[in-house]
Structure formats: structure tokens, C-alpha cells
Design a protein around this ligand. Sequence first.
Ligand code: SAM
Length: 270
Amino acid sequence: MIWETDENTIWLDPFDAFFSINLIPAPQKSVCEIGVYKGGFLMVLLENLPHLQALAVDPYPNSENIKSIFIHNIKAKKLESRVRLLENYDSLSDQKFDLVHIDGEHSEVAVLSDLQFATHNLSSKGIVVIDDIWHPLFPGIVSATMKVIHQGTLAPFLISRNKMYLCKPSEYNHHYNSARSLLKLTEIPYSSGISEGSDILGSKSTYSQANSINGFNQLVVGNINKFQQSLILGLENPVKLSSAREIFKQITPPIFVKILRKSAAAYRSR
Ligand SMILES: C[S@@+](CC[C@H](N)C(=O)[O-])C[C@H]1O[C@@H](n2cnc3c(N)ncnc32)[C@H](O)[C@@H]1O
């Protein structure tokens, strides 16, 4: 996978780039991203899928400078002929997309509207990817998404640290099975609730149980950091750990962490 670790991909997990690139249905013609920012997600997709055309939707409210950075970035990578930038999707009633990434305004009303657009404009085997699904500051994202799932218009099949992957209910089995094969093949840790429970989420369950939403079972990817994700994917430019704490956790055996924590606590309570 072509991957750069820079300020553009700061919000993107390598696993999510990998899933989007590999689960978008062939012949991977068109992607729409709602909420583009500096173009991190979009550029990773375009660089890895040479026939992909992108529609970028972002009004850049009060952030003309970010818009200029996006335009500069796609020109620097010679991608401008494959990208169309619009302020909204109102004029796009009939265009179909193989993947729609929803990462714009994070309110419940906006996400609901984005989901309705995505559902209407999805190619038959297309997928919808929702960002920040569990973000504690934006509960409207999960609320809007669950509403659409329970209306029966979209079916969720894969959940990562930050994103949820959905498709048309008629295509659920196809996408669930493709994602499951991809996880197994690449040895990405995951849990599926029923009979494939693992301890990767830090809670090995003592019994199998459905993790389905509205009857659709979920593949839940292990909650591991970007550095570990890079190692599993064998990226040439692994994501660097952002804080000293993360680096420390990475290189220090757990037993020493315990001892050091104890000493620190003892020191503080003097
Ligand atoms: C979190 S950033 C997107 C990050 C980007 N997807 C990436 O991978 O780097 C959110 C973006 O949503 C845009 N935004 C805000 N309101 C929007 C709206 N109503 N429609 C679409 N985009 C919007 C912001 O301008 C901002 O660029």
C-alpha cells in the first residue's frame, strides 16, 4: 500500500486506508468524500487505485487556507485531473459512487442528510464509510447512523477504531465475507462475537454472543495503535508514535510498566 506518514494522514488509521482500498468494489471507478480537509483520505485512495475518480465535497466554512492546502496537495501529487471539488452535493442526484466517505459536519442532522445522499447515490455493491462513529464529542454521528440502519436502508458489516463500514442490505453477505477473508489473510486481529471471540479487544469473553445490529453481525477490528497497524500491514513508512507515553508503552515490557507506575504512585503519596 502506498502510504505517507504526514500531517495529511494524521486522522487516518492505516487499517482504514487498507480496508477502504481493498473493500471498494471493482472496477473502483468513483469515490465521494464529504468533508475533505487537506485531502489525507482521498489522496491515499487515489494514489493506490489509479482508475479512481473522486468527488470532493467541502464548503470549507471559515477555512479558505485549508482549502488552498488541499488544492496545493492534489496538484503536488498530479491528481487534479481526477478530482472535482464542490461545496455541496445538491446537484448530484444521479451520480453513483463505489465508496462514500462521510466525514463532514458531525451533527446528527448533517450526518443523517449525508447518509441519505450516500444511500441514494451508492452503486449496487458500493460501501459507505462513516468516520468518528464513536467520537465522544459527536454522539449525533452514531445516533444518525443507527437510525438509518434500523430503517433498513444500510447494513453495517465492519467496525474499526474510528469508522463503521456499511452497504446495501442485499449485499451484506458479500461484504461481510470479503472483509472476513481480508482480515484472516492479513492476520489483522478481529472479533466477530459468535464463536470467533478473541482477546484482542482486551476482554476475552467467556461465552459466545451475537454482536449484531438490527440483525447484522459485525466484524470488529482489534483496538491497536497506528504503529502496530503499520507493522501488521508491513508499511514502508510506518506511522510514528505521537507521544513519549506511546513510545514508552511500545518498548517497555508490561512488568516494568507496573513497577514504574507503583514507584511513581509511592513517590506522589509521600
Ligand atoms: C475532520 S475534517 C475531514 C478530514 C478528512 N476526511 C481527512 O481524511 O483528512 C472535517 C471537514 O469537514 C468539512 N465540513 C464542515 N462542514 C461541512 C459540510 N456541511 N459538508 C461537507 N464538509 C463539511 C470541514 O471543512 C473539514 O474540512
